[in-house]
Design a protein around this ligand. Structure first.
Ligand code: ACO
Ligand code: KIV
Ligand code: MG
Length: 513
């Protein structure tokens, strides 16, 4: 199996996404997460761009030790000096220096002849090599360059000391087959290419950045440059998460793998989305909120019977706790039954048919069915969850920046008696959950906690979902209230009630219609 180096450019090309501007603190936070993700190289910025970017790259280079840190520079002494200033204290100082090689760029942008471009490239690599042990050289717009000229300049920059050669598809122009051929051509026509690693850097203007990167791997690329959530100039770069998972799932086809900690992917994507302000489209592969959501009845039935029928990636692989079966107008009876069973309801076959018909009618009228809608449907039909149920009574939470958060809770037991308890936690929600654990001691473990608003506006309801682990089962609970702490308590009590019901399953009484 070949090892592919993952070169992350979220903090450089990714930051070139229109509207994105990260400060040094935010960049450092992302760099730490990229290190946890296990990327081989972090391109932390463009030190000559601004004093702020130089300082950010310097901070990252000083702190990050398990990934190599690099920075970009034009082929000028000033840019290379700025990069050295930023990177000299990193574990293995590495420069990324570039110069355009296509006739369009050389003529109109650089206003240089091809010979002048070769001379500039060679001089910049030689200058960089006096400082940096590792120099990566990029032929900007390689994909629209004259091939013999490209081979000639690559040979000379390797001679000058470059040990990584990048062939960027700067404007996202090539098809996968063509991009693969470019790698083959360079490998065959550049006599000293064995002295360098070959790198791919693809843009998504025609939606082919990931496919092109994979084609480069098939044709001998050793390193792939990519960005979290596919961020980058214009339509963005190849997205790291898609390449990483494609390599993991299809490693036998590509005969290659990365060293990434894939379970960090979801967390990394969320962090980058939060700090850049660029949200991830729901249908985005691997990290979109729908990537593991099944909506249609036939798929849901398949997944309930055997997940691999419709899942080639397990959610756990990339750090997502579980898949989800979304109830909507395309859902079928199997998913509907499974959903209401998880809510603690056990309707008979006839009840199920009536409920399912009403559910379909409702789904035709509403875009998205919430858990509250389903509960309302069940209660309308007087299908009661089996007893016993504990009900949340009084809830009081004491919180102050200098105090230990304390919760005092009253629960109404199924026999009508009231129990009261107080407890503390490191935050208000934890104080509530620690108190409830004291009141209803069960060997449960909180696996997931999510909060969202129902609708928008300052008066929107808070909806909390919790997922508890009890022995080998997962039990969810939900609660809705105007106040987030009350919704949190309700969700936990809901899940604890369902856990108790599971414990006492034999004694359960189903109330019929
Ligand atoms: C494909 C890519 O993603 S390349 C990276 C793109 N990223 C960025 O540009 C972000 C950071 N850039 C910046 O902050 C600024 O552009 C700076 C500080 C680098 C330069 O700013 P300025 O000096 O004001 O120049 P400006 O950006 O307007 O123009 C670019 C100049 O660099 C030249 N240039 C472009 N690429 C290179 C290169 N690889 N090597 C040397 N010179 C280059 C251009 O020809 C132009 O030169 P000119 O002024 O003689 O016409
Ligand atoms: C600087 C280079 C590598 C680049 O971002 C590109 O060509 O797209
Ligand atoms: Mg780029």
């Amino acid at each position: 199996m070949r090892k592919i180096d993952i070169f992350d450019t979220t903090l450089r090309d990714g930051e070139q996404t229109a509207g994105v501007n990260l400060n040094a603190h935010e960049k450092l936070e992302i760099a730490r997460q990229l290190e946890r993700l296990g990327v081989d190289v972090i391109e932390a910025g463009f030190p000559a761009a601004s004093p702020g970017d130089l300082a950010a790259v310097k901070r990252i280079a000083e702190e990050i030790k398990n990934s190599t840190v690099t920075g970009l520079a034009r082929s000028t002494q000033k840019d290379i000096d700025a990069a050295w200033e930023a990177l000299k204290d990193s574990a293995e100082p590495r420069l990324h220096v570039f110069l355009a090689t296509s006739p369009i760029h050389m003529t109109y942008k650089l206003k240089k002849t091809p010979d002048e471009v070769i001379e500039t490239a060679v001089q910049s690599v030689k200058y960089a090599k006096q400082k940096f042990p590792v120099v990566q050289w990029s032929a900007e717009d390689a994909c629209r360059s004259d091939l013999p000229f490209l081979a000639k300049i690559i040979e000379q920059v390797i001679e000058a000391g470059a040990s990584v050669i990048n062939l960027p598809d700067t404007v996202g122009y090539r098809s996968p087959a063509e991009y693969g051929q470019l790698f083959q051509y360079v490998r065959e026509q550049v006599p000293n290419i064995h002295r360098a690693k070959l790198s791919a850097h693809c843009h998504d203007d025609l939606g082919m950045a990931v496919a092109n990167s994979m084609a480069a791997i098939e044709n001998g690329a050793d390193q792939i440059e990519c960005a979290i959530n596919g961020l980058g100039e214009r339509a963005g770069n190849a997205s790291l998460e898609e390449i990483a998972v494609a390599l993991a799932i299809r490693s036998s086809f590509y005969q290659a793998e990365s060293r990434l900690e894939l379970k960090e992917i979801s967390r990394t994507s969320s962090l980058v989305s939060r700090l850049t302000g660029i949200s991830v489209p729901p249908n985005k592969a691997v990290v979109g909120k729908n990537a593991f959501a099944h909506e249609s009845g036939i798929h849901q039935d398949g997944v309930l019977k055997e997940k691999s029928t419709y899942e080639i990636i397990t959610p756990e692989l990339v750090g997502v706790s579980s898949n989800s079966l979304v109830l909507g107008k395309h859902s079928g009876r199997h998913a509907f039954r499974s959903h209401i069973q998880k809510l603690g309801f056990e309707p008979g076959e006839e009840q199920l048919n009536t409920l399912f018909k009403e559910f379909k009618d409702l789904a035709d009228r509403k875009k998205e069915l919430t858990e509250e809608d389903i509960l309302a449907l069940l209660l309308e039909h007087k299908i009661q969850p089996p007893v016993p149920m504990y009900q949340l009574g009084d809830l009081q939470v004491n919180y102050g920046t200098n105090n230990i958060p304390t919760a005092t809770i009253t629960l109404k037991a199924p026999d009508g008696t009231e129990i009261q308890e107080a407890g503390t936690g490191s935050g208000s929600v934890e104080a509530i959950y620690n108190t409830l654990d004291k009141m209803l001691p069960l060997p449960v473990h909180l696996k997931d906690y999510r909060i969202q608003s129902v609708g928008s506006g300052r008066d929107a309801l808070a909806q909390v979902y919790v997922l508890l682990e009890y022995e080998d089962q997962e039990i969810n609970g939900s609660g809705t209230a105007q106040d987030v702490l009350q919704a949190s308590a309700k969700a936990y009590v809901h899940a604890l009630n369902k856990t108790i019901m599971n414990v006492q399953k034999d004694e359960l009484v189903n109330v019929s219609l």
